[in-house]
Design a protein around this ligand. Structure first.
Ligand SMILES: NC(=O)c1ccc[n+]([C@@H]2O[C@H](COP(=O)([O-])OP(=O)(O)OC[C@H]3O[C@@H](n4cnc5c(N)ncnc54)[C@H](OP(=O)(O)O)[C@@H]3O)[C@@H](O)[C@H]2O)c1
Length: 327
């Protein structure tokens, strides 16, 4: 495993970390014993950073992580998120009363007195123009309820605005072979301000593992069935917002570039860490075998410049127009 500094926190986090949305819910049925086995496997292999949210399985994901921390001696950093319990999900809901209540609930779920890293959970764009919200977060840090805070964003523009707030330590954004725009301007700005970057949806919801096909079926409670067109939340969170047929065609091209001895998932994850501005990727995983495959990507050698150029070409020719104007 390799580790990189996260913002100005002083932490060094595993370049392949763990996204704990799937083990909470919205990805079909999951079994807590298997999820715990996946989490333990990650710790065994050197993963020290876990991303969750209060709404993943309505706290189920946070509680699994609390249990992991109780059962392991290794230092584990847990990043959670707040905001999505708001209904309706509006900017005015990001106020002192609500944020404080969300934090208190996550403290309970995570069985801790202080959250390591709290991220605003893809709030409406307006929130980035409301300095009072960040003032509340500063107060929660001063009160010892949070060690640090950051944001999770949908759009590059939101990321650029968020890092103007001096105490934002991390930005979580979709960055993968199908979402290359963050690297164009945002990564340079984040690096200049020493802000950590958490690359979410690194496998494009499983597409970039190469295992999905036109006949793949998803359970009704899997967002890959119920959010294909953004029916429940931003459509970019499902398959990175790339329509399924275009994505499969691009994957066929990618498959031809695969170097011997590595899997598609590993190519996708190693591609992310090729950019030194990225702190870590946070692939979701439901079972130990997925963790083992994903974590092994951290120790692969650099991808060749020729391979990087070929991947870029596939993005430019088939994907860019589908995502660039939106996020
Ligand atoms: N708004 C936000 O802040 C937000 C939104 C989305 C995600 N996130 C965070 O980012 C994390 C990662 O994104 P994500 O979970 O949406 O998508 P992802 O990491 O691109 O895909 C994860 C899914 O791919 C499949 N998979 C993983 N490793 C595999 C392997 N080696 N072989 C085959 N299949 C594999 C698993 O699902 P199956 O086995 O069911 O195919 C897994 O649940 C989340 O867990 C969450 O922590 C945050």
């Amino acid at each position: 495993m390799h580790y990189r500094p996260l913002g100005r926190t002083g932490w060094k986090v595993s370049t392949v970390s763990f996204g704990a949305w799937g083990i909470g819910g919205s990805w079909g049925e999951v079994d807590d014993q298997e999820s715990l086995a996946a989490l333990n496997c990650a710790v065994d292999l050197g993963v020290n950073f876990f991303d969750t949210a209060d709404v993943y399985g309505d706290g189920r994901s946070e509680r699994l992580l609390a249990r992991l921390r109780r059962e392991r001696r290794e230092p584990i950093i847990i990043a959670t998120k707040a905001g999505r319990r708001l209904d309706p999900h509006v900017a005015s809901g990001y106020n002192r009363k609500n944020l404080t209540a969300f934090v208190e609930r996550s403290l309970q779920n995570l069985e801790t007195g202080s959250l390591d890293l709290l991220q605003l959970h893809c709030p409406p764009t307006e929130v980035y123009y409301m300095p009072d919200v960040f003032g509340v977060l500063d107060d929660l840090v001063a009160a010892g309820k949070l060690r640090y805070y950051g944001v999770s964003v949908e759009k590059v523009e939101e990321a650029l605005k968020a890092i103007e707030f001096p105490n934002v330590q991390s930005v979580q954004i979709i960055y993968n072979i199908f979402r290359q725009r963050p690297a164009e301007l945002f990564f340079k700005e984040a690096a200049r301000r020493q802000v950590g970057i958490l690359a979410r949806v690194p496998l494009a919801s499983g597409l970039l593992t190469g295992k999905l096909s036109a006949s793949s079926a998803f359970a009704p409670d899997d967002h890959r069935a119920f959010n294909r067109h953004g029916e429940a939340f931003d459509r970019g969170e499902t398959f990175s917002g790339v329509d399924y047929d275009s994505a499969l065609a691009a994957i066929d091209h990618l498959r031809k570039l695969l170097p011997a001895g590595i899997s598609m998932a590993q190519l996708a994850l190693r591609w992310i860490s090729m950019d030194p501005a990225v702190t870590c990727a946070i692939p979701g995983a439901k079972r130990p075998s997925q963790v083992e495959e994903n974590v092994a990507a951290a120790d692969l050698p650099d991808l060749s410049p020729e391979l990087m150029v070929s991947i870029r070409k596939i993005y430019e020719e088939s994907i860019r127009k589908l995502v660039h104007p939106y996020w």
